[in-house]
Design a protein around this ligand. Structure first.
Ligand SMILES: NC(=O)c1ccc[n+]([C@@H]2O[C@H](COP(=O)([O-])OP(=O)(O)OC[C@H]3O[C@@H](n4cnc5c(N)ncnc54)[C@H](OP(=O)(O)O)[C@@H]3O)[C@@H](O)[C@H]2O)c1
Length: 255
C-alpha cells in the first residue's frame, strides 16, 4: 500500500519548482493531487505529466492573493476529489537585492499578498473542510529567511517570518481539531525562482558559487529534497509533529 493512497492533496504554486516536484512526489505515492496556480496552461502540463506517469491529478486556476479565486479553487477541488486531506501552501514570490529603502511599497505588498495573505486565505478556507473530514495536515513553505534575516531580502524575510509564526499559531489553534500545521524552511533550491534571482544578480555562471558556498554542505538543494520533507510532514510518521519550522538547508541555519 502506498503511503498516500486515498489522500487528497492541494498544492499551491504546483506548476513550477518545489510545488511541481511535491505534486509529483505525492502522486507517485498514491495521492490524488490538485495543482493550483495562476497559469493554468502550466498547471495542465504538470497534471498531464502526473497522469501519464500513472498518478491522479487535476489542475485548477488559483490566485492565492484573491479571496474569491481561492474560494472557487477550494470548492472545485473538494467537489472533484471529494474532500481534502493535505494543503501545501507553497506559492511564493521574492524581490531580491532590495534593502527596505530600495523596496517599493508595491513590492512589499505583493510579497506579503502572495506569501502571507495567500497562506492565510487558503488555510482559513481549508480548515473547515478538514474539520468536517475528521482532520488533516497543512504544510507551509517558508524559507530559511523566515528563521534568520538575509541581506537584500527585507520584505521576503519579514513575510517568511510571518509564515513561520502563522504556522505555529495555527498549529496551536487546531491541534484538537486533528489538524497538524508545520512549515519547511528551505535553503537555496534549484528552481525557476532561484534561477531568476541569479540572472538578476549577474548570471548563474557568475553567482551560482555564492549560493553553493553559503551552505555548509557546499551545494544547493534539489526541489525533490524539499518535497521529501513535505511528504514526511504530511505523513502518518509525523503524527506527533505539529508547529514545527523544519530547516531543509544543508546546515545553513545551524551556524
Ligand atoms: N527556490 C528557493 O531557493 C526557495 C528557498 C526557500 C523557499 N522557497 C519558497 O518555495 C516556494 C516555491 O518557490 P519555487 O522556488 O519553487 O519558485 P517558482 O518555481 O517560481 O514557483 C513559484 C510558484 O508560485 C506560483 N505563484 C506565484 N504567485 C502566485 C499567486 N498569486 N497565486 C498562485 N500561485 C502563485 C507560481 O505559479 P503562477 O505564476 O502560475 O501563479 C509558481 O507555481 C515559494 O514560497 C518560495 O518562497 C524557495
Amino acid at each position: 500500500m502506498s503511503r498516500f493512497e486515498g489522500i487528497r492533496v492541494l498544492v499551491t504554486g504546483g506548476n513550477s519548482g518545489i510545488g511541481r516536484a511535491t505534486a509529483q512526489a505525492f502522486a507517485a505515492e498514491g495521492a490524488a493531487v490538485a495543482v493550483a496556480a495562476r497559469d493554468e496552461a502550466r498547471s495542465d502540463i504538470v497534471a498531464a505529466e502526473i497522469e501519464s506517469a500513472g498518478g491522479r491529478a487535476v489542475a485548477v486556476r488559483c490566485d492565492v492573493t484573491d479571496e474569491a479565486s481561492c474560494r472557487s479553487a477550494v470548492d472545485a477541488v473538494v467537489a472533484t476529489l471529494g474532500g481534502l486531506d493535505v494543503l501545501f501552501n507553497n506559492a511564493g514570490v521574492i524581490y531580491r537585492e532590495r534593502t527596505a529603502p530600495e523596496t517599493t511599497p508595491e513590492e512589499w505588498d505583493h510579497t506579503f499578498a502572495v506569501n502571507v495573505r495567500g497562506t492565510f486565505l487558503m488555510s482559513r478556507l481549508v480548515v473547515p473542510v478538514m474539520i468536517e473530514g475528521g482532520g488533516g495536515v497543512i504544510v507551509n513553505n517558508a524559507s530559511y529567511f523566515g528563521l534568520v534575516g538575509g541581506k537584500g531580502t527585507a520584505a521576503y524575510s519579514a513575510a517568511k517570518g510571518a509564515v513561520v509564526l502563522l504556522t505555529k499559531a495555527m498549529a496551536l489553534d487546531h491541534a484538537r481539531d486533528g489538524i497538524r500545521v508545520n512549515c519547511v524552511c528551505p535553503g537555496s533550491v534549484d528552481t525557476p525562482m532561484l534561477r531568476g534571482e541569479m540572472e538578476e544578480m549577474g548570471g548563474a555562471d557568475a553567482v551560482r558559487h555564492r549560493f553553493e558556498d553559503k551552505h555548509p554542505v557546499g551545494r544547493i538543494a534539489t526541489p525533490e529534497e524539499v518535497a521529501a520533507a513535505v511528504l514526511y510532514l504530511a505523513s502518518a510518521e509525523a503524527a506527533f509533529v505539529t508547529g514545527v519550522a523544519l530547516p531543509i538547508d544543508g546546515g545553513l541555519t545551524a551556524q
